[in-house]
Design a protein around this ligand. Structure first.
Ligand code: MG
Length: 302
């Protein structure tokens, strides 16, 4: 299957085709008609989540658990592209998203830093499209990245224009750019899912989408409202971790409930991945399968 065929048949392709056939859907983010109970949970692991030394060992482990997505970092994707591509052949695992890995940042004041972002991000987008990834995750600016353009309306307009160019490039390569909101301690510029979705709306390009990360979403007033605000039209990826200390979901039973967020995902007919981005506070062989079971149980309950 070549890249174009993969794109047509991937989860992303199904959504894009549905959206393209419905201009109203594009504008409003309306979900396609389906029963909430038919919406399936598609789990994904970042590279470090499964036990195992080699990619083959990791993928074997993931297949046994029914994990359908693999999320490498951008630098790892570029340096291990052939190995990843060969190890995915014949498996029920697809690349979910690519987690950053570029140099520089899009809101850099220094032209050399911005140029480093432009070239390295496009290199990762190209590889992401070739391997069939839903998108490449990016943060516009971390608090520690300086000098940064000021947080003004002019900067937002600039960001929207820059993202439109990047999104068009991503679409040409069969993938998307996915904005990740963090929280005010890490990335003051973009910290809520609804704000990321509003940027996507203003960019007006199907190549620019957003995501939510249950760990960072502690700043949201409601997981349910955050995902509903983004809706089917803009939400393209989800990260998950224990809400206690960013270890495996379930390590902090008092806080690790995702039911409200999952209910929103089901109601908007979210069809992409929920990907583990977390550490592990104990025995991976015990805590990873327990986390997977917890999420499946909570998805069923939602
Ligand atoms: Mg994240």
């Amino acid at each position: 299957m070549d890249r174009r065929d993969f794109f047509k048949t991937s989860l992303l392709g199904a959504g894009a085709v549905a959206a393209a056939s419905s201009p109203l859907g594009l504008l409003s983010g309306c979900a396609p008609k389906a029963k909430k109970s038919d919406v399936k949970l598609h789990l994904s692991f970042q590279h470090g989540t499964p036990p195992g030394e080699s990619l083959a060992e990791k993928f074997d482990y993931m297949e046994k658990l029914g994990i359908e997505g693999y999320e490498p970092g951008g630098k790892y994707l570029l340096s291990h592209y052939n190995e990843i591509e060969q190890n995915l052949r014949g498996r029920d695992i697809k690349v979910s998203a690519i987690c950053a890995g570029f140099d520089g940042f899009i809101l850099a004041e220094d032209p050399a830093v911005k140029a480093a972002f432009d070239s390295s991000m496009r290199e990762i987008i190209d590889a992401a499209g070739q391997i069939g990834s839903v998108g490449v995750i990016m943060v516009p600016a971390f608090n520690g990245q300086k000098p940064c353009l000021p947080h003004t309306m002019e900067t937002r307009d600039y960001l929207v224009a820059q993202l439109r160019e990047l999104g068009q490039y991503a679409l040409q390569h069969g993938t998307t750019v996915i904005l990740e909101p963090l929280n005010r301690k890490e990335a003051f510029y973009l910290r809520q899912v609804a704000d990321a979705a509003a940027i996507c709306r203003d960019v007006q390009c199907e190549g620019v989408k957003c995501m939510g990360d249950f760990w960072h979403m502690k700043e949201e007033t409601s997981d349910y409202a955050a995902f509903m605000a983004a809706g089917w039209g803009y939400l393209r990826h989800v990260h998950i971790a224990s809400k206690g200390d960013r270890t495996m979901p379930g390590e902090f039973p008092d806080t690790d409930t995702y039911v409200q967020g999952f209910r929103a995902l089901k109601e908007i007919h979210y069809e992409h991945f929920v990907s583990f981005e977390c550490g592990c506070g104990g025995d991976r062989e015990v805590l990873v399968p327990a986390a997977v079971q917890l999420l499946r149980d909570q998805w069923a309950e939602a």
